[in-house]
Design a protein around this ligand. Structure first.
Ligand SMILES: Nc1ncnc2c1ncn2[C@@H]1O[C@H](COP(=O)(O)OP(=O)(O)OP(=O)(O)O)[C@@H](O)[C@H]1O
Length: 256
C-alpha cells in the first residue's frame, strides 16, 4: 500500500431495521497520526471503526486505505494493513492457546513457519506476554486478554492499528502498561474510547462523534478546551487536561 492513509468519504450505514448509525462521515487520517474517536454511548464510534477494515460494508459512501477502496474483493489485503483490536477480547481470541491465537493471522497470510514463529515471539515480547504463550486463552485475566488481543494484531505487522475501547475494564496498572505499549507503536493509531485521560496521554487529534456524524475534528487540547462542545457530545474535561491547564496558569503567573 503506497501510503497508509485512511479515508472515509460520505460514509453512511444503517443496521437492519434501524435508523442510520453513520450519517455521512468524511475523514482523512495520515501515516503516523494518533487519533481518538470519542462521543457518548451510541454515537457511532464502533460502527465507524468496523468499516475501516471491512467488517461492515457501507450503505453508501466509501472507505479507502492507501489507494485501495475497501470492498469484499480487497478486504483480505486491507486487513493485512489495518489491524483491529475489538472491544470484547472474546471476539478476538478463539483458538485454544495464546500461541495459536497470535499465530493465526500470520498463518492466514501464508507466511513460512519460521517467519510465523519469529512474529509470534516478537508480538508476545512487545506486549510483555511471552510467559503466557502456552496458556489457554480462556484462562487469562482481563488485562492479559487485552495484551494478547493486541499481540494477535501486531503479529500481522499492521501499518494502522484500530482499537475499540482498549482501556475498558483494566485495573490502573494494566491500563498504564497498555498506554506505554501503545505509545511504542509508532505507526497510525485510531482509538475509540471513553477514557479521555488516555486520549491526553496518547493522541494528538480528536474526532468527536454524535448521532452518527462528526461534531468536531481538531487537535486534542482544542477539543478539551471547548466545554460546550464536550457537553453537547455528552463528554467532560478529563482530569489530566484540567491539571495541565492549572500547571500552565501557575507557570504563566510565576513568569509575569
Ligand atoms: N448490531 C446492531 N444492530 C442494530 N443496531 C446497532 C447494532 N450495533 C450498534 N447499533 C446501533 O448503532 C448506533 C451506534 O452504535 P455504536 O456501537 O457504533 O456506538 P458507540 O459510539 O460505539 O457506542 P458505545 O460508546 O456505547 O460503545 C447505536 O444507536 C446502536 O444502538
Amino acid at each position: 500500500m503506497s501510503h497508509h492513509l485512511v479515508e472515509t468519504i460520505d460514509l453512511c450505514f444503517s443496521y437492519p431495521d434501524s435508523p442510520p448509525a453513520l450519517n455521512g462521515v468524511s475523514l482523512r487520517i495520515t501515516h503516523g497520526e494518533s487519533v481518538a474517536v470519542v462521543g457518548g454511548n451510541g454515537a457511532g464510534k464502533s460502527t465507524l471503526l468496523l468499516h475501516l477494515n471491512g467488517l461492515l460494508t457501507p450503505s453508501s459512501g466509501q472507505v479507502r486505505v492507501g489507494d485501495i477502496p475497501v470492498t469484499p474483493k480487497t478486504v483480505a489485503r486491507v486487513r493485512e494493513s489495518v489491524g483491529m483490536v475489538f472491544q470484547q477480547a472474546e471476539d478476538q481470541l478463539f483458538m485454544p492457546t495464546v500461541r495459536e491465537d497470535v499465530a493465526f493471522g500470520p498463518l492466514n497470510m501464508g507466511l513460512p513457519p519460521e517467519e510465523i514463529r519469529r512474529r509470534v515471539e516478537q508480538a508476545l515480547r512487545n506486549v510483555h506476554a511471552e510467559a503466557l504463550a502456552d496458556k489457554m486463552t480462556h484462562h487469562l485475566s482481563g488485562g492479559e486478554k487485552r495484551a494478547v488481543s493486541i499481540a494477535t494484531v501486531l503479529s500481522m505487522s499492521p501499518d494502522i492499528l484500530v482499537l475499540d475501547e482498549p482501556s475498558a475494564n483494566l485495573d490502573p496498572a494494566s491500563r498504564r502498561t497498555l498506554i506505554s505499549l501503545l505509545r511504542q507503536f509508532t505507526h497510525t493509531k485510531i482509538i475509540a474510547t471513553h477514557d479521555l485521560d488516555m486520549v491526553m496521554d496518547l493522541c494528538t487529534r480528536c474526532i468527536v462523534m454524535k448521532d452518527g456524524s462528526i461534531l468536531a475534528d481538531a487537535p486534542v487540547p482544542d477539543i478539551f478546551a471547548d466545554r460546550s462542545l464536550l457537553e453537547e457530545a455528552r463528554l467532560e474535561q478529563p482530569l489530566s487536561y484540567l491539571l495541565m491547564r492549572q500547571e500552565r496558569q501557575r507557570n504563566n503567573s510565576g513568569a509575569s
